[in-house]
Write a protein that binds this ligand. Structure first.
Ligand code: PGA
Length: 254
């Protein structure tokens, strides 16, 4: 049984002050009983990670970062490394988000180096994959996503896969209000699981969690999360409001 995972990607939103409010709201709105059933990870900006680590200290909510550098240290002005976030009790990191690919030129090769470095530092990567609208219209979406999965997970072992989470995020659905239908999403999740099976075998493929992301909100979450191959969500916009994020988490309990 794959435990459902709901992750909030706050992107470049919230200051040190507003992130505290948001997280405090989540902490008081989520009972231990809910957190027993659903794994919840929130990914604030780097500047709020230390404070976030304090707020969630005795809670089952976990925190993640939105990116790391592929090296542990060195002359890389402005960058943040895996050991830096690990020292803040941050055990997850979103990698390969389409915004990083699109605006910061991240390639599958670079993302692969980051995934390996996260694992080396005992941080669980949430690897994002997904096609653009153009790629879907040209019917190459499965090929593109298969390639992303294969290249980003290159050289990993079955054992490594116990700590890897995949997020399928069609680029055309991110921040657009246009969600993939539950069928479209589930279909892609099955294709991703097949790719994982080819790489790591059936057992690893069956136990890897694949999240859906792209305009998921408290109106469409329960339908998406009811699909057998959708193991949770990576939520941007709707994770910035306490009520809607909690509603999504609650709709994952079935
Ligand atoms: P969205 O973002 O929920 O605002 O579409 C999802 C994401 O980019 O992870």
């Amino acid at each position: 049984m794959r435990k459902k995972l709901i992750t909030g990607n706050w992107k470049m939103n919230t200051t040190s002050l507003t992130s505290k409010d948001l997280l405090t709201g989540l902490v008081s709105g989520l009972s231990d009983e809910i957190l027993e059933k659903i794994e919840v990870v929130v990914c604030p900006p780097f500047t709020s990670l230390a404070a976030a680590g304090e707020i969630i200290k005795n809670k089952k909510i976990r925190i993640g970062a939105q990116n790391i550098h592929q090296k542990n240290e060195g002359a890389f002005t402005g960058e943040i490394s895996a050991p830096m976030i690990k020292s803040l009790n941050c055990n997850y990191v979103i990698l390969g988000h389409s915004e990083r690919r699109q605006y910061f030129g991240e390639t599958n090769h670079l993302i692969n180096a980051k995934v390996k470095n996260a694992l080396k530092n005992n941080i669980k990567p949430i690897l994002c994959v997904g096609e653009t609208l153009d790629e879907r219209e040209n019917n190459v979406h499965k090929k593109i996503v298969d390639e992303q999965v294969t290249l980003c997970l290159k050289d990993l072992t079955k054992d490594d896969m116990k700590n890897v989470i995949i997020a399928y995020e069609p680029v055309w659905a991110i921040g657009t209000g246009k969600t993939a239908t539950p069928e479209q999403a589930n279909d892609m999740h099955i294709a991703i699981r097949e790719a994982l099976e080819n790489l790591f075998g059936k057992e690893a493929a069956e136990s890897t969690r694949i999240l859906y992301g792209g305009s998921m909100n408290d109106k469409n979450a329960s339908e998406l999360l009811a699909k057998p191959d959708i193991d949770g969500g990576l939520i941007g916009g709707a994770s910035l409001k306490v009520e809607s994020f909690i509603n999504i988490i609650e709709s994952a309990i079935k």
